[in-house]
Design a protein around this ligand. Structure first.
Ligand code: FES
Length: 569
């Protein structure tokens, strides 16, 4: 133990400050040898009963602690803000950057040498990674893992994806309200995150593909005993990483992000990965732009999981999980270092697929060219995103008249009007739902199909907004239009009846209104900023970057790896 550790600045000195740091920690019963210079490992926990997807993390923290002690470290668990996707208003995304600040400043201010990030629910993984990347001490991720498959009326049902389907079925009169209510309990029947390939499982999968967790982190169910073993092994490994001084900046290279983009396409991952990857890259100083997302455009869809397919994460795990996918796309992957200190190839060299209905081969994929596609054009000069794998193929090339909702209240108040002047060819446009406009960039982009069209049997139409959509959602939905309407984007100037052209093949999204007319409209049309005059939300609105930049706060981009030297006493 000759190496001078970061924690020694807190616990290594035989003086008044060292006395204070050690003595108060000892009130928890830690013995002298906990402070003998061994690595001190923070366990950054987003457990909360208000984040049900992370409710297993207290158990997993115990597994991590076993591993840390076994390897000769000293584990200390600490809480950070938790973001319950299904519980927070107006949207958990509004608080991702606040969690990132909490994580960053907690890691920086405390005497720890390495950190294990315990997260799971959608925004917790990226928020924790953004914060940890800005401090850049050795870091490993352990995710909650997905819930067991939902079960109802003898069928498997998927988090989110089947909520959207059931609610449309109720509106169409194909499902009774009492059946709808009865499905609730069967959908969420164990601890864990959404068991579709939603944002949570997408992010835990991409964390694995970037080498920031041990292999198998992406898909092991939350209640599978092997996840507890994974937590134990991660605790062991972080102690070694501290001794090797293996930091996120060595792992989160541009090539690791490219691997994540390619993997996201192969698994049919969430469109939300775009804003999260861009934001994390910004923290480590990696040049990654929206255009890089197109690197996944021609990657085929291999994983048959909802919302792009029909199986669930439990099936995906048993079929081989992320290692089996990485093996299929290995020829597309860049060599990168992982938390094991070796190449990513070690994650998948011996991987096998056990079920070809769930994980298709590269030669015989579910769909070709299925990755997220970036759109640009007069309606989205700074870009927009569409997820072709979850869209209706015929609608990916479409021209039609706009029907405009000025904000989400307008949409909710009128979408069920029987006399809404829309047809299957209409393009629904929604404004005021971007980072500044909502605020927080809500998941309302997959707005419901107008009631009168649902009754005619229509289940999809082109929808365009500056919002996001849930990773569990589906449809021909253009998202993340930038600049957003509330930031002065062209989106704010769209009127009902304007013609819009979408071409996923060409990567285009154009508003067919000439420049002079748009200039004239800008004199009397705008989307207002929401009315917040104080606190974090005011700070957020004033400083949030566009979706094309990851929607981080402008002053949080980058990192500061200095260790605080001053004491409080
Ligand atoms: Fe938490 Fe889906 S709502 S993971």
């Amino acid at each position: 133990m000759t190496k001078k550790r970061r924690s020694s600045l807190w616990y290594g000195n035989k003086d008044r400050d060292g006395f204070i740091h050690r003595s108060w920690m000892k009130n928890q019963g830690f013995p002298d040898h906990a402070f003998d210079g061994r690595p001190i490992i923070g366990i950054c926990n987003t457990w909360s009963e208000l984040t049900p997807c992370n409710s297993s993390l207290r158990d997993l923290a115990e597994g991590v602690k076993r591993g840390v002690w076994e390897a000769g470290g000293f584990p200390v668990e600490f809480p950070v803000m938790s973001l319950g996707e299904t519980q927070m208003k107006p949207t958990a995304m509004l608080f991702r950057n606040l969690l990132a600040m909490d994580v960053e400043e907690s890691i920086r201010a405390y005497g720890i040498d390495g950190v294990v990030l315990l997260g799971g629910c959608d925004k917790t993984t990226p928020g924790q990674l953004m914060g940890a990347a800005s401090v850049d001490i050795p870091t490993i991720v352990v995710s909650s893992g997905p819930m067991l498959n939902g079960k109802w009326q003898g069928k498997d049902i998927g988090s989110g994806t089947d909520v959207w389907k059931f609610s449309e079925a109720v509106r169409a009169g194909d499902m009774s309200l009492s059946e709808f209510m009865a499905a609730e309990s069967g959908m969420s029947r164990s601890k864990g995150v959404c068991m579709t390939m939603g944002t949570a499982s997408t992010m835990s999968s991409l964390v694995e593909a970037m080498g920031l967790s041990l292999p198998a982190n992406g898909a092991l169910p939350a209640v599978d005993a092997r996840r507890m073993a994974l937590a134990h092994l991660s605790g062991k490994r972080i102690v070694e990483m501290v001794d090797e001084d293996l930091k996120p900046s060595e792992i989160l290279t541009r090539d690791a992000f490219i691997n994540a983009i390619i993997t996201n396409a192969a698994v049919g991952g969430s469109s939300n990965a775009v804003v999260h990857l861009l934001a994390i890259a910004g923290r480590v100083g990696v040049e990654l732009s929206l255009d890089d997302i197109d690197l996944g455009k021609h990657v085929p869809l291999l994983v048959n999981c909802m919302p792009s397919g029909s199986y669930l994460m439990e099936d995906f795990c048993y079929a081989g999980g992320i290692p089996a996918v990485l093996a299929e796309i290995s020829h597309l992957l860049k060599p990168v270092k992982t938390v094991l200190g070796s190449d990513l190839e070690d994650y998948y060299r011996d991987a096998k697929c056990w079920n070809r209905d769930v994980i298709f081969s590269f030669k015989n994929p579910i769909k070709r060219d299925a990755g997220l596609t970036v759109l640009r054009g007069t309606l989205a000069p700074e870009g927009a995103v569409i997820k072709p794998s979850a869209a209706t193929p015929e609608l990916l090339e479409h021209r039609g008249p706009a029907y405009v909702f000025e904000n989400v209240e307008d949409m909710k108040a009128n979408i069920n009007n029987e006399d809404l002047p829309v047809t299957k060819d209409t393009i629904l446009v929604l404004k005021g739902c971007g980072p500044k406009g909502y605020p927080g960039m809500a998941e309302v982009g997959n707005m419901p199909i107008p009631a009168k069209l649902v009754k005619e049997g229509l289940r999809d139409m082109v929808r365009i907004s500056d919002a996001r959509m849930s990773g569990t959602a589906y449809g021909t939905v253009v998202l993340h239009v930038a600049p957003e309407a509330a930031a002065g984007g062209v989106l704010a100037l769209v009127k009902t009846g304007d013609e819009i052209v979408l071409s996923a093949k060409e990567g285009r999204l154009d508003l067919l209104v000439d420049k002079e007319e748009l200039l004239a409209r800008s004199a009397y049309m705008s989307t207002p900023l929401p009315d917040y005059e104080r606190g974090y939300i005011k700070l957020y609105i004033d400083h949030v970057l566009g979706a094309d930049k990851g929607a981080d706060l402008d002053f949080l981009v980058g990192n500061d790896t200095r260790v605080p030297q001053r004491e409080s006493h």
